[in-house]
Design a protein around this ligand. Structure first.
Ligand code: TA6
Length: 316
């Protein structure tokens, strides 16, 4: 007779606590001891750790945790815009709003629930939001921690308005790296990008990987659905899988810009890289009753990982 199966109760593995500002936070854990923390302020993933307690998301030591300022770190939701066009605030209001826990979310595909500890959050526009962006929507965010430690973010935005509306979107994600000079991003080679440092002029990536020796602030267009961030110093690679998110923003402020940001340490640019799955160049348009889904999955693999392993079947 075999050993009785240990059944992990994923509901028990979910804990709701408060951060030191009194803002509710949901803690997700898997049987291996990996964990993720999600703040109801902005629906931001504030932490993603492996069972040894190693943090994968960067948060600045100077981050300001006082709403309505968006916190400099973690992974936050940029909606209804990614960027700073028009009257809307930079990267939209969703990252500065209080989300609620969605107790009765509509059903997702069974693969999005099985073997995962997850929480469903909900954002609906306030009167104030409707003044700056007059469109009624329901935004459902599922944050899951899988049994293998992968972090999965699924956003579903539904138009409950009488008229179509358009938006752009990003998961603005600060990855923690050992030394930015030793980091390369693979999967973006040969792509066109808009350079935010040159008034969004369009260029074509010439290198065989994106590497860093000065400020970088680019939106790569129509990228593959799997890209990799190789951190040679820590001998680990972040694999980013995305669906519904054609573009990728890559940002490191480098030395001069770091010094100009109040909520960022002068030297901290060495330990972070922002890589954002986004839908930016071509805004998403939803007719009344329509829904859009954008999915991002982050995993960490061993240092021997190489770009050939970008074949999704090869990297589990
Ligand atoms: O990562 C893309 C980007 O839009 C950069 O241009 C840079 O400004 C960064 O986001 C930070 O944005 P934030 O509004 O969080 O200060």
């Amino acid at each position: 007779m075999g050993h009785p199966a240990i059944v992990w109760d994923y509901r028990e593995a979910l804990e709701v606590t408060k951060d030191w500002n009194g803002i509710e936070e949901v803690v997700l854990r898997n049987p291996q001891g990996d964990s993720a923390r999600v703040s109801l302020h902005g629906g931001r993933v504030v932490s993603w750790r492996n069972h040894q307690g190693e943090e994968r998301l960067f948060t600045s030591s100077k981050a300001i945790f006082k709403p309505p300022k968006a916190v400099r770190g973690g992974s936050s939701i940029c909606f209804p815009q990614f960027g700073n066009r028009g009257a809307l605030e930079q990267h939209g209001f969703a990252r500065n709003k209080n989300w609620t826990i969605d107790e009765k979310p509509p059903t997702l595909h069974p693969d999005d629930s099985q073997g995962k500890c997850f929480v469903d959050l909900l954002l609906k526009p306030s009167e104030e939001d409707l003044k700056s962006w007059p469109h009624s929507f329901e935004f459902r965010l599922r944050v899951s921690l899988a049994v293998d430690g992968n972090l999965i973010l699924i956003s579903r935005i539904r138009n409950i308005n009488g008229k179509p509306f358009s938006f752009s979107f990003a998961y603005h994600t600060y990855l923690s790296v050992s030394d930015i000079s030793e980091v390369r991003v693979e999967g973006l080679e040969t792509l066109d990008y808009l350079d935010n440092l040159c008034q969004k002029e369009r260029f074509t990536e010439q290198g065989d990987a994106v590497t860093f020796e000065s400020e970088v602030d680019r939106i790569y267009l129509s990228s593959p659905n799997v890209i990799a961030v190789l951190d040679h110093g820590r001998k680990r690679t972040y694999v980013i899988r995305k669906e519904g998110l054609p573009d990728v923003a890559v940002w490191n402020p480098w030395e001069k810009k770091s010094k100009s940001m109040m909520d960022f340490g002068d030297e901290e640019y060495k330990q972070m890289l922002s890589v954002d799955g986004a839908a930016m160049e071509k805004p998403i348009t939803l007719k009344p009753g329509e829904e859009w889904t954008g999915r991002l999955e982050l995993s960490v693999v061993r240092s021997t990982f190489c770009s050939e392993d970008l074949d999704p079947l090869a990297c589990h």
